[in-house]
Structures are given as structure tokens and as C-alpha cells.
Design a protein around this ligand. Structure first.
Ligand code: 5GP
Length: 125
């Protein structure tokens, strides 16, 4: 089945400037902004600028340049937020939801970077 990208999703509207956001990071292919409903003291959403629905859509169809930019950006944001252990922080958790079983709410690929306090057990039902 082909991936279908709905360009009316909230993150697409943020990328087009139709919904306000306060980016904390931007590169050629990636942008990051705080989650509107933070679950931890640090809760940043990292999204590619391109139209990808979920993780597997991104890694199977985005260009190498987009993918490298995205994953390096996540590390830079961990450093920037003070959560990276390599830079004096206490660690962070990355989460990406893909599809209905994961409870993905916004169908534009994104990674949640959570930290600034302990994240607790890995899963909740
Ligand atoms: P998902 O469940 O798709 O992995 O996560 C989507 C996230 O987007 C949720 O944590 C939700 O709080 C966040 N979110 C939804 N709408 C907005 C918005 O308009 N602005 C921002 N900054 N975050 C949003």
C-alpha cells in the first residue's frame, strides 16, 4: 500500500506558517518546536520539512540528505536542550509514533524528544 500524506495535518500547517509555532531549531530539511502539551520539562517535536507520514515513510523515501540532516538535528537539539549526556545533561528519550496502534495523532513524521526530568518506565497502555 502506498503512503498517503494528508497536507491538512497540523504540522503541515505549521510548516506553511498557517499555525504559529516557536521553532527552537531549524536546518535545511528539519525544524523543531515545543510540544503544545508538554509531557516533561523538555518536550520538543522534531519534524522533517518534507511531506512524510511516519518513520517508515521517511526512511524509505526521503533523500539521504534529508535523513542525515534529520537525525543529526535530533542530536544537536539534545545538546541544545541540555539533555545530552555527552554535553553535561542527564539524558533524554526519543519517541516516534506510527499508525493507529501507536496513537499517532499527527500524520506527519516526528520525533518527540523528552527530558529535563526522569522519563519513567518505557510504555503505558
Ligand atoms: P503524536 O501522538 O502524533 O506522536 O504526537 C503529536 C503531538 O503533537 C502531541 O504531543 C500534541 O500535543 C502535539 N500537538 C498537537 N497539535 C499541536 C500544535 O498545534 N502545536 C504544537 N506545538 N504541538 C501540537
Amino acid at each position: 500500500m502506498a503512503y498517503i500524506y494528508d497536507d491538512q495535518n497540523i504540522f503541515a500547517k505549521i510548516l506553511r506558517g498557517e499555525i504559529p509555532s516557536k521553532p527552537v531549531f531549524e536546518s535545511d530539511h528539519t525544524i523543531a518546536f515545543p510540544d503544545i502539551s508538554p509531557q516533561k520539562r523538555v518536550h520538543i517535536l522534531v519534524i522533517p520539512k518534507g511531506p512524510y507520514r511516519c518513520y517508515d515513510h521517511f526512511v524509505t523515501t526521503a533523500s539521504d540528505a534529508e535523513q542525515l540532516d534529520f537525525f543529526k538535528s535530533v542530536a544537536l537539539i539534545a545538546k541544545q536542550t541540555g539533555t545530552s549526556e555527552a554535553h553535561g545533561g542527564n539524558g533524554y528519550r526519543l519517541i516516534t509514533n506510527s499508525g493507529p496502534d501507536s496513537h499517532q495523532e499527527v500524520p506527519h513524521f516526528h520525533v518527540h524528544l523528552l527530558g529535563g526530568e526522569t522519563c519513567g518506565p518505557l510504555t503505558a497502555s
